[in-house]
Design a protein around this ligand. Structure first.
Ligand code: 2P0
Length: 337
C-alpha cells in the first residue's frame, strides 16, 4: 500500500456539567453524565499518516518528539483504528500542534484526541461517522468525545456491560450566545493531571459517592437551562456542578486541591459581579483557573472586573464553536494562495 494520510482540526470544550470519575466496570467510561460547550478560536490540528515504510509509530507534538505516557495513549488509539481497518502491522506518523498554550487552562487532551480520532479514522479508510469518532476519542480521553461535536453537547453514561459510548450533539453553537472568559491564575503545568486526580478521588474520597448521586440532576438542570436559553438557571447549575466536583476531590485522602488563592478571589469577585447586576457564573476544571460564563452584553464589564482581581494574570475570551472536521488536502500541483 502507499502511505495514507488525513488531517483534522478540533477545539477544546468546557464542561458546564462536569465529568469526574470513571466507572470501575467500563473501558474508560465516565461515572456521571456530562454536558459541555465546544469552544471557537483555539484549535488543535493533527495529521496522521499510515506508512508501511515506517518501523515504529512516531508522535510529534508542536514539532518535538513526544515520549512516555502521551505516546502510549496515542498508540492505543492507533491500535484500535488499525484493528478496525485491518491495518495491523502498519505504523503511523502523527503530527499535532495546538495554536493555544497548554497552560491556558483549556484542556488540550480534549481537542487533541478528538482531532487524532478523526484524522486516524479517515487516514485508515474507515467511515469517519461522528458517533464512531466520538466513541474512539472517548476510549482515550473522556472529555475528547464531546469535542467531536460543535455547540452544546452531552455525554451520557453507558449501559452496564456496554463498551460503546459516544457524545451526542444537543444544540448548535448559535443556539445560545454565551461568552466564556477564562481568568488565568497561574502560568505553567498543573500539579496533578485529571486522570490521576479523579482516580484518587474515586478510590479515597468519602464524598465521591455523593458526587455520583448528585451529578445526574445537575446535568439535567444544565441541559434544560441550555435548551430554555435560561442564563440564570444555567449559571446556577454550572457553579453547583463545579463546586460539587471539587468538594469530592478536596475530601480525598490526601486531599486534591486544584485551587490557589486567586481561584477563591475570582469566585468571590464573580459573586460581587452578580450583586451588581451582571450575568456572571463561575466554573473550574482540574486546575487553578476560573472560567466565567457571561453574555455578550456583560462581557466587557466582566473582563474589566476580572482584571482588577488580585492574582489574575490575564483573561482569554471564547464562545461556542464548531466540532472536529477534516481538512481537505491540497490537490497535487494546486497553487498556494
Ligand atoms: C470535564 N474534566 O468534564 C472534567 C471536569 C476536568 C474537570 O474531563 O482520564 O482529560 O482522559 O478521561 O477527559 C478532564 O479529564 O480525563 C475532564 P481522561 P479528561 O471536562
Amino acid at each position: 500500500m502507499t502511505p495514507r494520510t488525513a488531517t483534522a482540526t478540533a477545539h477544546p470544550n468546557i464542561a458546564l456539567a462536569k465529568y469526574w470519575g470513571k466507572r470501575e466496570d467500563g473501558v474508560n467510561q465516565p461515572a456521571v453524565p456530562s454536558f459541555s460547550v465546544t469552544l471557537a478560536g483555539m484549535t488543535t490540528t493533527t495529521t496522521v499518516t499510515f506508512d508501511p515504510a515506517l518501523d515504529a509509530d512516531t508522535f510529534l507534538l508542536g514539532g518535538a518528539p513526544a515520549t512516555g505516557g502521551p505516546v502510549t495513549r496515542v498508540v492505543g488509539l492507533l491500535d484500535r483504528v488499525r484493528k478496525a481497518a485491518g491495518l495491523e502491522g502498519v505504523r503511523a506518523r502523527v503530527e499535532s500542534a495546538n495554536d493555544f498554550p497548554t497552560a491556558s487552562g483549556l484542556a488540550s487532551s480534549a481537542s487533541g484526541f478528538a482531532a487524532l480520532a478523526l484524522a486516524a479514522t479517515a487516514a485508515a479508510g474507515l467511515d469517519p461517522e461522528p458517533a464512531r469518532v466520538s466513541d474512539l476519542a472517548r476510549r482515550s480521553s473522556v472529555s475528547a468525545a464531546r469535542s467531536v461535536f460543535g455547540g452544546f453537547v452531552e455525554l451520557p453514561i453507558g449501559g452496564v456491560g456496554e463498551a460503546d459510548l459516544a457524545a451526542v450533539p444537543v444544540a448548535p453553537a448559535d443556539h445560545l450566545p454565551l461568552r466564556v472568559v477564562v481568568a488565568v491564575t497561574r502560568e505553567g503545568p498543573k500539579a496533578i493531571g485529571s486522570t490521576d486526580g479523579m482516580l484518587h478521588t474515586v478510590r479515597t474520597s468519602p464524598y465521591f459517592a455523593a458526587w455520583v448521586a448528585s451529578a445526574p440532576a445537575l446535568f439535567s438542570r444544565v441541559r434544560e437551562a441550555v435548551l430554555a436559553r435560561d442564563y440564570e438557571a444555567l449559571g446556577a447549575a454550572v457553579e453547583e456542578s463545579a463546586l460539587a466536583m471539587h468538594a469530592s476531590s478536596i475530601a480525598a485522602r490526601p486531599a486534591i486541591i486544584y485551587w490557589i488563592g486567586a481561584t477563591v478571589e475570582v469566585l468571590e469577585a464573580v459573586r460581587g459581579m452578580r450583586a451588581r447586576g451582571l450575568l456572571a457564573y463561575a466554573t473550574i476544571d482540574a486546575g487553578p483557573h476560573v472560567k466565567v460564563l457571561t453574555t455578550p452584553a456583560d462581557e466587557a464589564a466582566v473582563i474589566a472586573a476580572l482584571g482588577q482581581v488580585p492574582g489574575v494574570k490575564r483573561t482569554i475570551v471564547t464562545q461556542p464553536g464548531e466540532g472536529a472536521r477534516l481538512v481537505t488536502p491540497r490537490a497535487e500541483g494546486e497553487k498556494r494562495p
